[in-house]
Design a protein around this ligand. Structure first.
Ligand code: AMP
Ligand code: ZN
Length: 285
């Protein structure tokens, strides 16, 4: 498809990236009509707001919140405007959903937003505004994960705690409508995805579903039988299993099944954080 934002997402066209996660990308608008004018786009193509599913919108709005919060807390802004142009009459020129985020300061004299910054180099603006996440800088990692769901299906949350070199990184997220097994899988996936280089990872999970699929090698059977179970049913969550299999090809993973809701500190923390994510996603719903 000939979509300029899809090309930016694929890396075929360069951009001044501010932030990226598995679902969204935030980058500087090249129009230079306002300092820090940022676009937030979903990686999954949809032409406009009306064509975008609720879960994708929710992910975009979470990134809007993350970037806006960062601009206020770390970059010297007091607030921001967000705008979505829908339809050509409303000024939409690129038909891939995008949310304009305009950082604002008290007394910046923008009517709505119009502060030409022609002289400013976007690479300098990017350096000022970019979200730089700390890199996981070792290749021997301990990864604790957990997933939780309120109702099955229902609102769910997941958490991954990475420990390396006496340091720790916590990743969490969720979905308004999901299952417990999907959250367990996403816990592991989000942890492994955070690793920038091939690593040896000890994964600790209380999900028999996730751990036994590898320890008892259900995976080979599923792959050999075109994702059908021994009972001739379609395997659930194939999208996530495939993503996880790819990640276990990049990293050397050793699986450990832990007892849930016992006295394992890291497992309990993961559980707590996953549950707090459920509350956030219940609200969004
Ligand atoms: P809209 O008018 O709401 O469709 O907004 C599209 C925005 O995309 C405009 O503000 C353009 O300046 C911006 N834009 C178009 N091409 C690029 C690009 N290659 N990199 C960054 N921003 C772009
Ligand atoms: Zn697109």
């Amino acid at each position: 498809m000939d979509c300029i934002f899809c090309k930016i997402i694929k890396g075929e066209i360069p951009c001044y990236k501010i932030y990226e996660d598995s679902d969204c990308l935030a980058f500087l608008d090249i129009a230079k009509e306002a300092y820090g004018h940022t676009l937030i786009v979903p990686k999954k193509h949809s032409s406009c707001l009306m064509e975008t599913d609720a879960s994708t919108l929710q992910k975009c709005m979470n990134v809007v919140k993350k970037v806006g919060d960062h601009y206020i807390k770390n970059c010297g802004y007091d607030g921001f405007n967000i705008i979505i142009n829908n339809g050509e009459s409303a000024g939409q020129s690129v038909h891939h959903l995008h949310i304009h985020l305009i950082p604002r300061k008290k007394g910046d004299c923008m009517g709505l937003w119009h502060l030409p910054i022609d002289e400013t180099d976007l690479a300098e603006v990017q350096k000022h505004l970019q979200i730089v996440e700390e890199e996981v800088d070792d290749n021997k990692i301990v990864l604790y994960t957990d997933g939780a769901c309120s109702g099955n299906p229902g609102a769910g949350g997941y958490c991954a705690i990475l420990r390396y070199n006496d340091k720790e990184k916590v990743i969490s997220g969720g979905d308004a409508e999901t299952t417990n097994n999907r959250m367990e899988l996403l816990g592991v996936i989000s942890g492994l995805k955070a690793l920038k280089k091939s690593s040896e990872v000890d994964v600790y999970s209380d999900s028999a579903y996730v751990v036994n699929a590898f320890l008892e090698d259900w995976i080979s059977y599923w792959v050999a039988h075109n994702w059908m179970t021994k009972g001739k049913k379609e395997v659930a969550n194939v999208d996530l299993w495939q993503e996880l299999i790819e990640l276990t090809g990049t990293h050397k993973v050793v699986w450990h099944k832990v007892k849930g809701h016992a006295d394992n500190e890291l497992n309990n923390r993961c559980d707590e954080i996953a549950r707090s994510e459920i509350e956030k996603y219940k609200e969004i719903k």
